[in-house]
Design a protein around this ligand. Sequence first.
Ligand code: SDX
Length: 430
Amino acid sequence: MADNTVHLSLEGTDESIELPVYSGTVGPRVIDVRALSKVGYFTYDPGFVSTAACNSAITYIDGAKGMLLHRGYPIDELAKHSNYLELGYLLFYGELPTKEQYEQFANIIRYHTLVHEQVHNFFKGFRRDAHPMAIMCGTVGALAGFYHDSLEASSEHDRKVAAHRLVAKMPTLAAMTYKYSIGQPFSYPRNDLDYAANFLHMMFSTPCEEYKVNPVLARAMDRIFMLHADHEQNASTSTVRLVGSTGANPFACISAGIAALWGPAHGGANEAVLAMLDEIGDDSEENIQRFVDRAKDKEDPFRLMGFGHRVYRNFDPRAKVMKETCDEVLSELGVADDPKLKIAKRLEQIALEDDYFVERKLYPNVDFYSGIILRAIGIPSNMFTVIFAMARTIGWISHWNEMVSPGSVKIGRPRQLYVGSDFRHYPADK
Ligand code: SDX
């Protein structure tokens, strides 16, 4: 129901059109432009900088304040008091679980962590040096071939079961991609470990000896999962929604989200941050400044990876929590003076003082510190985006569920400003 209207009139004509305006709970109001196509106009917004593609009740970002709310709860309070599975329940079901609901949900996830033994065969088809994200795109999409009882978007049962299976099995598949890349046998999940500890067990245990999970690292891992869980209509979530609007099954939608996340401008940034810190190399002042100058030079494609954000025009609240976690992990592991961390902290300081970054409100984002933590834990950089994809799965499937659960979904089909050739006949003399 519109709570206001805008009138659009075109210069030089007596054409005008009235468009409804809607307000959300909080945040910018929206102008419903659907009627424009009836009078021969489209809106034009490459990159969807000013376009709301849907309404949603899951996550809200206030870019100016640097605030991130999941179902209304701020991420810093959730990171402090909650855990990834409780946040997952909140994102998918809409409310924090009671103790009983949480125990039931955690048990469902715990008892769905195994993947079908046939899935192990997929890995043998990949080269050992295949990028783990390539394997994840393939194996997650292929799960649709195993779970014919949870493919129907119109069924509440199927939607819940698919969500539970995906959240439960992503860590198992992710750890399998790592083990495959280093030629070690897969480690099976253990039901006596919690979600993050189980992931570290599957990543680092071997049949040769008992692997003890460090609780500080497990807590840091869980917090990294929480900080990456959901983030409104980012590129990969919008991809999941667009694919889901065609009626595609949930495994195909999540596989599409993984593919979108892979790009270095999006989820691939955490891997790119480490590559950038390696490229910068020594932490001398003049060397760091040289790279900062390159990032400001329009002629130079170099960008400060881990800086900037389409929505945040203030500190990414996740980066603040990530930085605290980084300090905790590095001091626990006794690598507090990691040279890469010194370069990162110097880059952050320069960005907070340098006019180029201040004017453009380019602050560290969620990816800036996560790579340093993951590398300190012993996770190779080509696994960083896999971990982002694992964590974001609950966000993707919650948005998919929100979009398809009312039943009728309009297929997403953007229009264009056509700038190609006008009508012309095929040359008769060809
Ligand atoms: C994620 O959408 C989400 O929510 C994503 C995410 C999530 O949780 O899903 O938050 C996760 O993807 C975080 C972002 C990770 N990406 C990076 O760290 C890569 C480096 N960042 C840039 O590529 C860039 O900042 C983006 C892609 C993040 C945002 O790009 P925008 O909003 O399209 O901004 P822009 O490219 O128009 O930049 C505005 C200006 C430009 O300069 P001018 O043309 O105005 O002179 O800022 C400059 C850009 O050149 N700029 C940078 C910069 N980012 C933007 N200059 C140097 N270094 C950078 N990192």
